[in-house]
Design a protein around this ligand. Structure first.
Ligand SMILES: [Fe+2]
Length: 88
């Protein structure tokens, strides 16, 4: 049982790490074969894990709303860097 939302948020962040590691693993396996059957199944599973990342990110910002401003700030900063690179 989680004592508070901070503990719950830590668990969700750990779940996100697990999903991201799974994406990399399925993608690695996808790229290690030419057989279309395992390729198709690994691609589908990999993409399902990406959906799980999205779900967990929403859950994280629900449980720990203060995290959202940092995510939004990072998104804004990265977009400005990209914009600056393509501007020149
Ligand atoms: Fe998953």
């Amino acid at each position: 049982m989680f004592e508070n939302n901070s503990e719950l948020a830590r668990a969700i962040r750990k779940d996100i790490v697990g999903e991201l590691e799974a994406i990399n693993q399925y993608d690695l396996h996808y790229n290690m074969t030419q057989d279309p059957v395992p390729k198709a199944i690994w691609a589908q599973i990999r993409d399902e894990e990406k959906v799980h990342v999205g779900e967990l990110m929403v859950l994280l910002t629900y449980v720990e709303p203060s995290d959202y401003k940092f995510f939004a700030e990072g998104e804004k900063e990265a977009k400005e860097i990209i914009k600056d690179i393509y501007k020149s």
